[in-house]
Design a protein around this ligand. Structure first.
Ligand code: IPT
Length: 953
């Protein structure tokens, strides 16, 4: 027997690769030639790593019959094979570093000519910015090496192999490799050459690698610039009059860079061989006195975790999409991004420098699946893998070190603990002492400079804020950030306001990063957006991949608008003295001079005139009380004040007039509703008339109100459970979604006990309860009328041993209608639930029924509006006593509950109207804690009323 090492042995080799150049700074030279090799490539996908020999790499190979794909791209999103989604489970047997025999392998071919003016001399480098997960590369038939580390650049020296024309670049990409064990992030597995491929001419005397050190001394106001470069050269920054040698420090007065004031100075590094534009931002990051400070000032991160995602191209993003992300973040008051869980496309960091976002740059490392075996054999605790880990750390730090926006390095995510991580941290600290190191899994903070947690409940965050959490001596002296919190899966996240209050109350709490930026739904012709399982995966985690603040097409979700309000940089509250507002500057660095304040009074939801409010240019943290103009005479109407904070001038990220913050308060409350009584019910055969209402005499069911036919009006306690109701399987706290279903709250029965016409009321007595349980809700509907209006008072008394809160408590009924029908209401605007209502602003609103549906990728409860005084829908007006939660749908809750994808929802000819007295909170239990106890809807005796009438003109 003879054995032979397969030619594909490198696939399962723990080493990072062979033949690549040392990592270096990523930059675009202004004069050295380059050639993009993006575009159409030939592709052949084989089922295993070694199904095909390497003859395809030879010049002259005829790939005419191969498919065409676009590079950058993933072949599984271009019609060849399918994506696979798992959260933390490896989608193959765990036997490191071995991978399955079924290893889809994409042979990519590209033939290219050099441009006619391609310079002679020097060298040329081939750079691949991202290939998942392992690639072997040939140029003109010569094997130049192979590499792993999907979201990191890899370069080869290829000058000696290039010809003026007919160059053949062959890249064999394996979906699975030893590297896959290090890339177990919660996302789709998407093989391919998904970032740019570029040929870079390197003239003699080219800069190669360089390190821009630009610090800021907040005491003196001076910046110090020193550019270290392997190849000597001159550094010029004309605006500052800097003209100095590499390796030499210059100190002079500058304006510092911050995420709020992203002051960049354009400079040039000129070596003998090339000129390289450098964008210098002066800032100094330290952890001192237990706080993360930039330029001497403690930061508050208002952040988000960003995976790279596009619903058609996966992790292959174009510049416009990256810019759209940054603009959306800035416009929603975000100031920070954690690049979960790998370094992003380098252009994204350039945008962060330019527009201003604090960045935690995270290494391409996660070994989460090892948790299933109590972290046994975890590569980060196995010395054989350490070179691969160090390679990843170096590729990230070297590539991204010149970005002022990067204020922290992160070792990776969910990789347990081990010597390899320590080695990475040591290497990073040595190479770049100017930035703190982050890693959430280092619970004692042995290797890290900040204490970081994921998804802790509020009370635990508060304990940490008060320094009562214990922990190692080192940890006790460090600030806390929540690298992930508030899981934005489906409807939610709830509880943001209360987290923010804690962050603002305790210095040690320096904010956090909501999980996550965008739903990773895959555009799909039949399903709308596909999620895990939709491609027939053997193992998958369903729609856990859709947990973003943006829907997959980048439509902001209500959760993003909520977050924007919660983290607004200016707080507007009622002042202590009557007729005043308190205005607080919550920026860390900026004053309020770029903002204008517009004030108006609202009478019954209608703004009356707008005035400019003069507000002092408060420094960060300062507040002032400002007097408001006199209120109009309400004459029984409700009067509110509203202050909007707008950009006074155009900024790079939003135009003049863009709203950054707002506040609202009450001047005169709403007048009580009339009793609407006096007329007596009249029984007439099988019907009862009561003013403009008609009822079934036997059942007491309402048939019409003000001439509008009404279907199935009754008490409703059910909602199509949200992802946060259902909760994550590993949660140890009660998960109410499953409990509600188990208890039959979705199949309540309505027993009729009596229909009474006494005096001026029609009273319908019922008991609402699920089969198989003793618990129930005694429910009495009491109808009265004054001849034009009809008042319904619902009283509910719980019976039995209720051990759970209710999803909702209100009534629902059907009206003839379609999604196009207009709805008007006075009350809150944004979708809101008890713990997601910060962005709910009172106004007179109108929308169509269809527009009021939030199209969460997995359909679920959505679309409630808070504090609604009255609403008009389907030819009926409803006034609430008290205010109610208002929801309309072109389908029933039962349909919504059964739907798995958007396209399962088909409108009928009925619009279902929900008027809720109370709702259960939303929370974050799809990964974190449930709603705070104060947002639980515990059954208790309640009474609430609605007055129905004809719409007003
Ligand atoms: C946490 C992961 O870090 C993140 O990648 C994502 O999977 C998130 O959960 C859920 O969407 S890890 C979890 C065990 C808290």
């Amino acid at each position: 027997m003879t054995s032979r090492t397969p030619a594909t042995g490198y696939v399962e080799d723990v080493s990072p690769g062979r033949g690549t150049l040392p990592p270096r700074a990523w930059y675009a030279s202004s004069d050295a030639a380059s050639l993009s090799l993006n575009g159409g490539w030939r592709l052949r996908v084989s089922p295993t790593a070694d199904a095909e020999d390497d003859a395809f790499a030879e010049p002259g190979f005829d790939a005419g019959s191969w498919a065409e794909v676009t590079v950058p791209g993933h072949w599984v999103l271009q019609g060849h094979g399918a994506p696979v989604y798992t959260n933390h489970l490896y989608p193959f047997p765990v036997d490191p570093p071995r991978v399955p025999a079924e290893n889809p392998t994409g042979d990519h071919l590209r033939v290219f000519d050099l441009p006619g003016d391609w310079p002679d001399g020097g060298d040329t480098v081939l750079r691949l910015d991202g290939v998942e997960s392992c690639a072997r590369v040939w140029l003109n038939g010569t094997d130049i090496g192979e590499f792993k580390g999907s979201r990191l650049p890899h370069e080869f020296a290829v000058g000696h192999l290039l010809k003026p024309s007919g160059n053949v670049l062959a890249v064999r990409v394996h979906q699975w490799s030893a590297g896959s064990y290090l890339e177990d992030q919660d996302q789709w597995w998407l093989p391919g050459i998904f970032r740019d491929v570029t040929l870079l001419h390197r003239p003699p005397g080219a800069a190669g690698d360089f390190f821009v050190h630009a610090s800021y001394d907040h005491v003196t106001g001076a910046g110090t610039l020193r550019v270290d470069s392997g190849v000597p050269g001159r550094v010029t920054v004309p605006e500052l009059g800097i003209d100095t040698g590499t390796g030499e420090a210059v100190t002079l007065p500058v304006e510092p860079w911050t995420a709020e004031t992203p002051r960049l100075y354009d400079g040039v590094l000129a070596t003998a061989g090339e000129r390289v534009p450098v964008r210098v931002g002066f800032r100094t990051v330290v952890v001192e006195d237990g706080l993360i400070k930039v330029n001497g000032t403690p930061l508050l991160f208002k952040g988000v975790n960003r995976h790279e995602w596009h619903p058609r191209t996966g992790r292959a993003l174009d510049l416009d999409t990256m810019r759209e992300d940054v603009l959306l973040m800035k416009r929603h008051n975000l100031n920070a991004v954690r690049t979960s869980h790998y370094p992003p496309h380098p252009a994204f960091l350039r945008l962060c420098d330019e527009y201003g976002l604090w960045v935690i740059d995270e290494c391409d490392l996660e070994t989460h699946g090892f948790v299933e075996q109590d972290w046994r054999d975890n590569p980060v605790d196995d010395d054989r893998w350490t070179p691969a880990l160090l390679d990843r750390a170096a590729r990230m730090v070297e590539r991204d070190k010149n970005h002022p926006s990067v204020v922290m390095w992160s070792l990776g995510n969910e990789a347990g603990t081990g010597r390899g991580l320590t080695a990475m941290a040591e290497w990073i600290h040595g190479r770049d002492p100017s930035r703190p190191v982050h890693y959430e899994g280092d619970i004692g903070c042995r290797d890290t400079d900040v204490y970081s947690r994921m998804y802790p409940p509020h009370e635990e965050v508060e304990r940490i804020g008060r320094g009562l959490d214990g922990g190692t001596h080192r940890r006790r002296g460090l600030p806390l950030i929540l690298c992930e919190y508030a899981h934005a899966m489906g409807n939610g996240p709830g509880g943001l306001t209360e987290y923010q209050e804690l962050f603002e109350r305790y210095d040690r709490l320096q904010g956090g990063f909501v999980w996550e930026w965008i739903d990773h739904g895959v555009e799909h012709p039949e399903l709308g957006f596909a999620y895990g399982g939709d491609f027939g995966e053997e193992l998958h985690d369903a729609n856990f991949v859709c947990d973003g603040l943006l829907l997959p097409d980048r439509t902001p979700s209500p959760g993003l608008r909520e977050y924007k309000k919660v983290i607004e940089p200016v707080r507007i509250e009622a002042g202590d003295a009557a007729g005043t507002v308190r205005i607080t500057n919550r920026y860390d660095f900026a004053d309020l001079s770029g903002l204008e304040f517009v004030f108006s009074h609202q009478v019954d939801g209608i703004p009356t005139g707008a005035h400019r409010l003069t507000v002092p240019a408060l420094a960060p943290g300062e507040s002032a009380e400002v007097k408001l103009p006199g209120a109009p005479d309400g004459r029984g109407e409700e009067v509110q004040w509203t202050v909007q904070v707008l950009l006074a001038e155009d900024t790079p990220w939003a135009g003049q007039g863009h709203e950054v913050a707002w506040g609202q308060g009450t001047v005169a409350p709403r007048a009580p509703l009339p009793a609407a009584a006096g007329v007596r019910p009249a029984v007439d055969g099988d019907r009862i008339a009561l003013g403009p209402a008609e009822f079934d005499a036997r059942t007491g069911a309402v048939r019409s109100l003000s001439g509008v036919p009404v279907k199935d009006l009754r008490l409703d306690v059910w909602r199509a459970t949200t992802d946060n109701d259902d909760g994550a399987s590993w949660q140890t706290d009660t998960r109410y979604g499953p409990l509600w279903r188990e208890s039959g709250l979705h199949r309540m029965r309505h027993r009729l006990d009596a229909v009474e016409t006494d005096g001026d009321a029609l009273t319908v007595r019922t008991r609402v309860a699920p089969a198989g349980r003793e618990t129930g809700l005694r429910t009495v509907y009491r109808w009265t009328s004054d001849g034009t209006r009809v008042r319904l008072t619902v009283s509910v008394v719980p019976e039995g041993d209720w051990r759970m809160p209710l999803p909702r408590l209100g009534i629902r009924f059907g009206l003839a209608g379609t999604p196009e029908d207009a709805v008007f209401w006075y009350g809150g605007g944004n979708e809101a639930y008890p713990d997601t209502r910060a962005a709910s602003r009172d106004l007179l609103w109108d929308a169509s029924v269809g527009e009021l549906q939030t199209p969460y990728v997995r359909p679920q409860e959505n679309g409630a509006h808070a504090d609604v005084r009255w609403a008009e829908v389907g030819g009926l007006r409803v006034d609430g006593d008290p205010e109610f939660w208002f929801t309309v749908r072109p389908w029933t809750t039962e349909h919504l509950d059964a739907a798995r994808h958007r396209t399962d929802l088909v409108p009928g000819d009925t619009v279902w109207v929900h008027l809720d007295h109370r709702l259960h909170g939303i929370g974050s239990q799809s990964c974190g804690p449930g709603p705070l106890p104060r947002y639980h809807l515990w059954p208790e005796p309640v009474e609430f009323s609605f007055v129905f009438s004809q719409p007003r003109d």
